[in-house]
Design a protein around this ligand. Structure first.
Ligand code: FMN
Length: 367
């Protein structure tokens, strides 16, 4: 793969190892949590490709952890092969957040705790959690985070946005305060809550967070899909690493590419069409194992079938069958001919990389 002048080389220090507190990362490129997608089946499969720094679970309600809700336990499912793993919790009550963090560590389910302060959706914000926490600069938010840090022996990180809206860019303030109370890393999505997922990512806003801290790593986040995007994020913001969400769903090979680019200057080959098909099959099989049933795994797969079919340029009739998928045999019937046959006419790697992952439809969407 050739890189052009719009792709500045990463600084030399990008080749040095990075850690979040006591947890050493495999690379500087983390998987950003995407609720409904970045569960155990996807994380394991991405890790096997390589190049991943750290994975974090989907956001999990702190109270539901303490109450041991069955659905929540599924979200917390993990495997030795994917460690280290951070579990992301949300909530607005310090006692619940502390209890959840302790419970996770006591049950050896987390090597670190990530606190969600970025989620814009109503379900989370109305509880006072997610990005709502970025509005309280009186000390309650910092106090909550401090109590979690003090309660567990593992590192605690925070994922946040730039602030509530353009007039309230509170992220640098919180970054400073969080570092002071012992937070070990920050991930910063370069949009405000008001922006939802619209508009561009504000690299200056991310830089202000990088500049606000002294020692802890800051991971830039938002709209990074290609080596060129990563290079711009690093050059513009000075971030110590990058968290990649939707770009990783569209192209789970991004971590391997980015890490290789940092180490050698060359991202190496892109995934082939056959590798992408094989990844989709593996993902489905793991969903079945995770859900504990063929039908349940296939039903979960339906919601991701559309972006796979788009990424692979599979015909409409294949998509129609996959979004109704009920058995693994059906999957093989539909996909078999493509696995054996040539790459579809006109397919390019670019198609795969642009695959669209639906976002909550605005900052106040029900999710
Ligand atoms: C469908 C979807 C689900 C998400 N779920 C979470 C979540 O559980 N926790 C979180 O901190 N951020 C969540 N996010 C935000 C992402 O982690 C990330 O900050 C955002 O998508 C921007 O990064 P990207 O452009 O690399 O995807 C979600 C985003 C999307 C689109």
């Amino acid at each position: 793969m050739t890189l052009d002048s719009a792709t500045p080389a990463p600084p030399d220090w990008y080749r040095e190892p990075l850690a979040i507190g006591s947890v050493r990362l495999g690379s500087r490129f983390n998987l950003a949590p995407l609720a409904g997608y970045t569960n155990l089946p996807f994380r394991l499969s991405v890790r096997e490709i390589g190049g991943v720094g750290l994975c974090t679970t989907d956001l999990v309600n702190a109270r539901a952890i303490v109450e041991n809700l069955k659905k929540t336990m599924l979200l917390l499912a993990t495997d030795r092969a994917e460690r280290p793993l951070f579990v992301q919790i949300f909530g607005s009550r310090a006692d619940e957040m502390v209890a959840a963090a302790k419970w996770l560590v006591d049950h050896d389910l987390a090597d670190g705790i990530d606190i969600n302060m970025g989620c814009p959706v109503r379900k989370v914000v109305k509880t006072g959690g997610g990005s709502q926490m970025m509005c309280d600069t009186t000390g309650a938010t910092v106090d909550l985070v401090r109590r979690v840090v003090e309660a567990v022996p593992v590192p605690v990180s925070v994922k946040m946005r730039l602030g509530w809206d353009a007039d309230n860019l509170t992220a640098p303030h919180f970054a400073r305060e969080f570092e002071r109370v012992g937070v070990a890393a920050l991930t910063i999505h370069g949009r405000t809550r008001e922006q939802g997922f619209a508009g561009g990512v504000n690299h200056d806003g991310i830089r202000a967070v990088v500049d606000a801290v002294k020692r802890i790593p800051v991971f830039g986040n938002g709209d990074v899909r290609s080596v060129r995007d990563a290079a711009r994020m690093i050059a513009d913001t000075g971030c110590h690493g990058i968290a990649i969400g939707r770009g990783a769903l569209a192209d789970p090979w991004v971590f391997r590419q980015f890490d290789r680019w940092v180490r050698t200057g060359d991202p190496g080959p892109r995934a082939t069409y056959a590798e992408r098909l094989a990844f989709m099959r593996l993902h489905l099989h793991r969903l079945v194992a995770w859900k504990g049933g063929e039908k349940a795994g296939c039903v979960h797969f339906r919601k991701i079938a559309t972006w796979y079919t788009k990424a692979l340029r599979l015909p409409k009739k294949v998509q129609q069958k996959l979004v109704m998928l009920a058995t693994l045999a059906e999957f093989e019937d539909v996909i078999g001919p493509f696995a054996a046959g040539p790459v579809p006419d006109g397919w390019t790697e670019y198609d795969a990389q642009q695959a669209h992952v639906p976002v909550p439809a605005g900052p106040i969407a029900h999710w």
